[in-house]
Design a protein around this ligand. Structure first.
Ligand SMILES: *Cc1c(COP(=O)(O)O)cnc(C)c1O
Length: 453
């Protein structure tokens, strides 16, 4: 019998609760620290920029957290998202492995990011906030937040990394349609931006710099809060709908993954697909599941960074978080997978990698575009350059199964479409992609400037 191509859940089977992995960790997290005093953070430290409900979720000891009905109502526009069996890719690779992908490109913004932007905009609206300031790398988060703030009647200011602002003008156009203001970063609107421009007027910008600008904007305006599209615990929490749905969908075809794969920028889509399975692993239900995060060799946070306390931004305004980091003033090269250019990583993902529950691999630009082309020519979907890292790891895993004869079940998160990233594909076909391995010496140097805790 032909296997099902699309494994679909009904709308009323969409998760009613998010999964909080903090309750299943074998040892507690190292707490975030106040940037000035280096003392463990208390909720009041965060109230100038986040609504209380999100602060509660950030530190919650509840295993399952209810998704508000008003949030589920919006998520229903595209959720539950489909799980696909990649039969054409399997055939092309001549692999005995089964490859499944969870397709998050069906959201209005085209990626997994609205899963959290909708929840964040909702809690800010409930708290009476009028405007949200944020940063965006490749533009996906900015467009996802613009979409969500519009639905709840909030204003939105987006600081967009300058290299992406010029490389990817259409994300900016989307933000305009949804009513947000988009400013190239570093800008002259903030002191953090001015300081960076004074040192280096031609800087391509970085997520770390843009975060400093957005946090400063929120902290200096009473009606304005800040929102982060990745890294933080509450963001990873909101993304767990991806893995929760995937587990249900695989159960519908009597399957469970041997390998779970996601690309890693700040870690949120990887957290989303993997946390429910990591929970199964840590609680002994499925101890053997292999969980793999994939990052670019040009920004090798998990594979070459240090597991230590660092700031989330360049200016040192954010709390210190224990995470894998390349140093908070690390400026990664302008690769096309802009959404993966971040010096740090989710503290939870970092801890799970450090503790051996998950592992990480890295790939170069040209080999991931090669994989994305194979995927597009078998499954049809043109994935985002970020997503192509997960595609590459899934293909490699399936090819290994061809050698060993193992019929593994591979699940990967297909985090978004690449319809606004065609200039990156053009560069690939023109042979203009440069494979850049960030030099160890520069990493060492940046790590030498870590805060002393
Ligand atoms: C933003 C983005 C990523 C990387 O961010 P994470 O927080 O690591 O998930 C990956 N894929 C797509 C399509 C994105 O938009």
């Amino acid at each position: 019998m032909q296997p099902k191509t699309k494994i679909l859940l009904d709308e009323d089977q969409m998760p009613r609760q998010w999964y909080n992995i903090l309750t299943d960790l074998p040892s507690p997290m190292d707490p975030p620290l106040h940037p000035g005093t280096h003392k463990p953070l208390v909720p009041d430290d965060l109230t100038p920029i986040f609504p209380m409900e999100l602060i509660r979720q950030e530190m919650s000891d509840k295993r399952m957290i209810d998704i508000p009905e008003d949030v589920r109502d919006v998520l229903r526009l595209w959720r539950p998202s489909p799980l696909y069996r990649a039969t054409r890719l399997e055939k092309h690779l001549k692999t005995p492995a089964k490859i499944y992908y969870k397709w998050e490109g069906v959201s209005p913004a085209g990626s997994h990011k609205p899963n959290t932007s909708v929840a964040q905009a909702y809690y800010n609206m409930k708290a009476g906030v009028e405007r949200i300031a944020t940063e965006t790398g490749a533009g996906q988060w900015g467009s996802a937040l613009a979409f969500a703030t519009m639905l709840y009647g909030l204003d939105c200011t987006v600081y967009m990394v300058r290299s992406s602002y010029t490389q990817k003008p259409y994300r900016k156009s989307m933000m305009q349609v949804w009513g947000a203001e988009c400013i190239p970063s570093p800008s002259t609107k903030t002191n953090s931006g001015k300081a960076v421009l004074a040192k280096d007027p031609d800087t391509p910008g970085s997520l770390g710099i843009a975060i400093s600008e957005a946090v400063e904007d929120a902290a200096t305006h009473a009606n304005t809060n800040y929102a982060l599209g990745s890294v933080l615990n509450h963001v990873c929490l909101h993304q767990t709908v991806i893995g929760l749905e995937s587990r249900e969908q695989l159960a519908m075809v009597d399957d469970y993954p041997d390998v779970v794969i996601g690309c890693v920028g700040g870690g949120s889509n990887f957290a989303g697909i993997s946390f429910p399975f990591a929970g199964d692993k840590m609680t002994g239900k499925h101890p053997g599941v292999d969980i793999v995060g994939v990052e670019p060799a040009s920004c090798p946070t998990l594979t070459k960074g240090l597991y230590t306390y660092d700031f989330g931004d360049v200016a040192g305004l954010t709390p210190l978080m224990k995470m894998f980091t390349l140093g908070h003033d690390f400026v990664p090269p302008s690769i096309h997978a802009g959404g993966l250019r971040y010096h740090g990583d989710s503290p939870i993902v970092s801890k799970l990698v450090h503790d051996g529950v998950m592992r990480a691999v890295s790939y170069h630009q040209s080999e991931v575009f090669e994989a994305a082309q194979t995927f597009a020519r078998t499954e049809g979907i043109i994935v985002a350059p970020e997503t192509s890292h997960a595609v590459k790891a899934a293909i490699d895993c399936a090819l290994k199964c061809r050698e060993t004869g193992e019929a593994k079940t591979i699940l990967f998160n297909c985090s978004g479409h690449g319809n606004f990233d065609m200039s990156a594909y053009d560069a690939f076909y023109a042979g203009q992609l440069v494979d850049y391995e960030y030099p160890d010496a520069l990493i060492k140097e940046a790590l030498g400037r870590l805060p002393k805790v």
